[in-house]
Write a protein that binds this ligand. Sequence first.
Ligand code: NDP
Ligand SMILES: O=C(O)C1=N[C@H](C(=O)O)C[C@H](O)C1
Length: 251
Amino acid sequence: MSQKLRVGVLGARGKVGREVCRAVEGAPDTELVAQVDAGDDIEELVRAGVEAVVDFTHPDVVMDNLRFCIEHGIHAVVGTTGFDDDRLEQLRGWLGDEPRAGVLIAPNFSIGAILMMHFAARAAPFFESAEIVELHHPDKADAPSGTARRTAALIAAARRDAGMGTMPDATSTVLDGARGADVDGVRVHGLRIRGLVAHQEVVLGGVGETLTIRHDSLDRASFTPGVLTGLRAITDHPGLTVGLENFLDLG
Ligand SMILES: NC(=O)C1=CN([C@@H]2O[C@H](COP(=O)(O)OP(=O)(O)OC[C@H]3O[C@@H](n4cnc5c(N)ncnc54)[C@H](OP(=O)(O)O)[C@@H]3O)[C@@H](O)[C@H]2O)C=CC1
Ligand SMILES: O=C(O)C1=N[C@H](C(=O)O)C[C@H](O)C1
């Protein structure tokens, strides 16, 4: 076997970070050489000779972490949410025209969730209506979820490509928020319920029928096979990649 990839985890003591550390330690081709959490010194990544980091921290700190990694030529596989177009553009600027590092931003690393998004985009042109319900644990940092925002963007693009207009909705809303958030013209509804992990339904509707596509992450271990896939691919993909589906063959 060739040398193992030297991996550092940012957010190592967090809910997902802990699972990622376990997975990196357990895989035959990766080696966990640094664990960094809030209050630790990020320079530890350099001291430990990290080649690629995994970041599951917080939307407020992830950009500083990535700037450090890019400046030091360290590849990054990022699960942390909060990436809008402005942030992606900023990352492209830091990476420059001849990037040394690869950065993967993935709104969701679970294979089922990626397929759910893929199927929703494929189905969207066939239905007049489409709305998203995302359901998460109440300790989640942000709403709507990164997955819901990405799904809405994919559905909106599929509808645009198919020449579809706005969705039917004659409601006059009497209470703010009653119809959820408008993300690229797609309504997104968020639930925060103790006991849940990460779940999403896409409800599509046409004349006399509905199609519901649902995904459930029942355990945070669901994110780790995708993280390992990202680590194995990122060293050969300098520059910015958005979405793990770019490293999977979805047919
Ligand atoms: N893309 C995907 O597949 C998934 C993405 N996520 C996203 O990942 C992020 C983390 O989620 P989750 O694990 O549930 O959150 P947690 O709050 O459980 O974990 C985040 C960890 O990062 C630590 N942290 C804060 N600041 C820094 C810093 N500057 N450097 C290093 N570590 C830091 C936190 O410490 P402290 O608590 O002391 O602040 C905490 O231990 C969220 O944005 C979430 O939405 C989650 C699941 C899947
Ligand atoms: O915070 C979480 O838990 C999750 N965050 C990601 C998101 O915002 O989409 C991925 C998954 O839904 C779990």
